[in-house]
Ligand binder design. Structure first.
Ligand code: FAD
Length: 562
């Protein structure tokens, strides 16, 4: 009965929208406080998600300008880069999370622990579903004036069957499940009734996917086995443990510089971590992974690997709400993410009302536009119209380097231009004119849509939206008087600045920063730790991280199954 009363108080009696659901227009405390009353007079900003993108918006927006509501099923922000460390007890779960309410309170906003399921663009309503502990659910609409979609992504299944037997690594709960399973398998392997074959299976850890998450998990597991296992478990167990990485490409960490992936691979070989490259998982059974692998002659063999724990970490796919948004807007062309323009506005939604950031989104860009921009600067220097400009190979390399910095994923495409350039070079005295270059680039255009799905990108986009929304609030009167593109008038388009990538590979770390790569042992590992320590979301989490590293250094990892 109390729940119903609360709902009635919180929900405005008005019902509406396509499904005739209650519309949440007032919150419990709105009328109780001065701030609450003031909020009601401001534009309503709704943010979907409590991850990297959402938190960066909250930390960069002026709290006085909007009445803010955050909707997310996850009531905390998770510092994902260190999640692999929590799977083996190097770090504790609490050290990686910050309650979202602490962050929301700083902007005098509201938080709803619920999932957004649909956006009704025509009526500016979000359909929200809130599950009750008793098993039922409550559906209602939340109205918005501005909406930021930052719902992240989910694991990509690639259509492989049997993934219900796998573990994933995206949430704190996933890390907890892995940690329990690792310890449980070690305990089961020690029981006198366990057969040798069963023991080998229990102690076989298979990682599907050789990207940073899979690699870091394998490295953390390796550290656990070497640093703690032999201290508390029978020594004989160590030799029975095996760690395998199944990677579909020719190298692990294949989005990093080649030097880095070679280093990581050699390091793993030395550490007896079995890296299976050119291997594609076809099915996961209850106790073994089935995969095909190409040998050096190109012949494909089907193989099997028994496992006690199988981690599935093969990239990201769209969440249900993102799929729904894409399907409901005709102008959306990309089936893998919500497309935005360079102001991060969702393409096809009413202009200036809906933004999408982070893993759930992709910026539709035009590489030719960017190149023309750079060409213009050359043209100005050489005092010629851009159409009359020609480039030497070296000038092209400078431009390409600049584009790669903004769009790291452009590397592969740009290599093709390099190749074509070299072909031209042999025919035509080493220069390429603007028309020819545009012609070469036509084919590449359109493929240049996705930025990397990283915390770095989500954070930069969140910062951008936070600052832009602040400027937009100031420009309210401008919006009334100007018919043009207000977003464009108040703020520059979003530009991604790739600051580099790093990964932990077991008492060593690898860095790929602006095209320069570093690899190294303990010093690099401490550098890796300090980068993330500095980026950690609050002083509280920093203090907890410090305590975890200290405790582990003094007493080893916690291997209890709690
Ligand atoms: P997220 O941070 O995933 O947040 C999405 C939020 O939306 C969550 O709060 C979720 O609960 C919420 N949500 C989901 N569905 C709904 C819905 N229907 N309604 C409302 N809310 C919803 N990146 C790096 O740059 N460096 C790294 O070292 C790194 N390591 C990683 C390690 C791991 C184990 C993982 C899993 C990821 C790692 N990443 C790393 C990637 C990085 O975490 C993501 O790119 C980043 O989290 C994306 O931010 P986001 O805000 O788009 O999404």
């Amino acid at each position: 009965a109390e729940d119903i009363e609360l709902s009635e108080l919180a929900l405005h009696p008005r019902v509406g929208g396509p499904k005739n659901l209650p519309i949440l227009e007032r919150y419990l405390d709105d009328e109780d406080s001065e701030i609450g009353k003031l909020c009601l007079t401001k534009p309503h900003l709704v943010i979907l998600g409590s991850g990297w993108g959402a938190v960066a918006v909250l930390k960069n927006i002026n709290p006085n300008d909007y009445h803010i509501t955050v909707i997310s099923p996850q009531n905390h922000f998770l510092f994902t880069p260190m999640l692999p460390s929590a799977t083996v007890g190097t770090l504790e779960f609490r050290s990686l999370v910050e309650p979202i309410r602490r962050i929301v309170a700083k902007v005098h906003g509201h938080y709803l622990e619920a999932s957004a399921e649909k956006v009704v663009f025509s009526e500016r309503l979000i359909e929200v579903c809130q599950s009750n502990p008793s098993g039922g659910e409550l559906r209602f609409y939340v109205p918005y004036d501005k909406l930021v979609v930052a719902v992240g992504s989910q694991s990509n299944t690639h259509g492989v069957e049997g993934l219900e037997h796998c573990n994933f690594l995206k949430t704190i709960e996933d890390a907890r499940k892995i940690r329990r399973k690792v310890v449980r398998n070690l305990e089961l392997a020690c029981l006198p009734g366990t057969t040798e074959a069963e023991r080998n299976r229990l102690l076989s850890f298979v990682v599907c996917g050789g990207g940073p998450t899979g690699v870091e998990f394998a490295a953390e597991l390796y550290d656990l086995l070497n640093e703690d296992l032999t201290m508390v478990y029978p020594k004989v167990l160590r030799n029975l443990v095996s760690v395998h990485i199944v990677q579909s490409q020719g190298h692990i960490l294949n989005t990093y510089d080649e030097k880095i992936s070679t280093y990581a691979q050699e390091r793993f070989k030395k550490d007896s971590i079995d890296v299976l490259t050119n291997a594609r998982v076809s099915e996961v059974l209850e106790d073994r992974v089935v995969f095909t692998q190409k040998d050096q002659e190109g012949v494909i063999h089907t193989k099997e690997l028994p496992y006690g724990l199988c981690l599935w970490s093969t990239g990201v796919a769209q969440c249900e709400i993102s799929k729904d948004i894409v399907a409901s807007l005709e102008s959306q062309k990309n089936r893998r993410a919500i497309e935005t323009d360079t102001h991060l506005r969702v393409i096809g939604a009413p202009l200036g009302e809906v933004y999408a950031i982070g893993d759930c989104s992709t910026v539709r860009t035009n590489i030719t536009e960017h190149i023309v921009e750079f060409l213009r600067s050359y043209a100005i220097k050489s005092n010629k119209p851009v159409e009359d400009c020609s480039l030497t190979f070296q000038q092209w390399r400078d431009i390409a380097m600049n584009i790669k910095r903004r769009f790291p994923q452009a590397g592969e495409h740009l290599k093709r231009v390099d190749h074509l350039f070299t072909e031209y070079d042999t025919n035509k005295s080493g220069t390429l004119d603007f028309d020819e270059l545009t012609h070469l680039l036509q084919d590449i255009d359109g493929k240049m849509t996705s930025l990397p799905a990283t915390a770095q990108r989500a954070h930069q986009q969140g910062q951008y939206i936070g600052r832009k929304l602040t400027n937009l609030a100031r420009a309210e009167t401008l919006a009334m008087t100007v018919n043009g593109d207000v977003d464009d008038l108040v703020y520059r388009p979003f530009e991604y600045h790739h600051l580099g990538s790093l990964a932990y590979v077991g008492n060593a770390a690898v860095f790929d920063i602006n095209g320069y790569s570093f690899v190294g042992g303990l010093v690099a590992m401490y550098l890796w730790r300090s980068v993330y320590f500095a980026q950690s979301v609050s002083f509280r989490t920093r203090a907890l991280l410090f305590m975890d590293w200290l405790t582990r250094g003094m007493f080893g990892r916690d291997m209890t199954q709690i």
